[in-house]
Design a protein around this ligand. Sequence first.
Ligand code: ADP
Ligand code: MG
Length: 377
Amino acid sequence: MKTRPAALTELLGGGADLCWFRAPGRVNLIGDHTDYHEGFVLPLAVDRDCMVAARQRGDGRVTVRSVEMRADGPVDVAADGSDAPEGVEPPWGRYVAGVVRTLADAGRGPVGIDAAVSSTVPVGSGLSSSAAFEVAVALALAHAGELTLPAAELARACQRAEHLATGVPSGVMDQVVALFGRAGHALLIDCRTLAAEPIAIPDALAVLVVHSGLPRALAGSAYADRRAAGERVATRLGLATLREATLDDVRDEPRARHVVTENQRVLEFADALRAGDTAALGQLLLASHASLRDDYEVSTPELDLAVDLLVAHGALGARLTGAGFGGCVVALVARAHLGDVARKTVAAYRTETGLKTDAFEVRPVDGAGPVTVAAGA
Ligand code: ADP
Ligand code: MG
């Protein structure tokens, strides 16, 4: 099989003048649906990424080809950001147009590029292939247009690009961790300030991802509804965001209660990770899943089953990860038991559901940046 650099070089008809970048996907250990309420999250950048190769072109066009969406042919938009993202076809080109637009807003000159991407982040699974794609394309565009932005501003620009592309008012976690990830560490991110504190994940603990076998469904409108419900509660309480709410404020409001208790769990999880308290980590994962299932109502019977099976087969704890409504579950597992837990969980899940599933370890890696690709690789 061809390497990714070879596939990208071939798509671009040769390689000597190409610039290379990568941006990782992520798995969120804890803290879901808190980022857009300026709360806390604790994800890690994972060893699956979107790679991009690009060269400048002189005609003010941005063209992007995707190895994964090869059949679609290239996306082609104006480099000055004048193309409205929501109208671009094929739909993945909307992310490209979104990033071109938001970087133009940030002062990027209208320099065109010829680019190609290839990603090992599974699409639509909750591991944020979209942020990996946006950030990789953004790095290539910023480089060609000689735009230097602080990483936090680049993250915000990519988040706005996703809003333009999808119409979903998603939070900023995915773009921040794609840029700030640290090898061997998870990141405690304060989504108000975007301060990101790396916290080491001990080698004795493995992060296991189990796919429910079902893509994320209905996420767009249900996501917007939930965000709006939380914002209404904050407004009624006279608060700028749910970040400032206390448990007493929201005791009878399940959606807001999830956000408030989840923020607390993220901070407790960070403490337990620093202290090496694995029992507490497992309990917090399970409490987070229960809150997403019962209070926020974004789980599915399949995600619930995957969590139950993981725990029954020896995981320390597990929870749905990402927006919910399908996609993946994340578990912490003692490394010594990793193979056993993964194998038994997958077998039992297949027997009970008949769904095609997959379980794989993810390792924490550094955030996005340039890549050196040897000639002829
Ligand atoms: P997730 O971020 O959980 O993987 P999303 O629905 O948010 O799921 O994002 C998936 C979308 O991102 C894809 O449908 C596609 O539009 C875009 N995308 C991700 N990776 C690629 C890629 N390699 N090539 C083209 N588009 C991609
Ligand atoms: Mg996404």
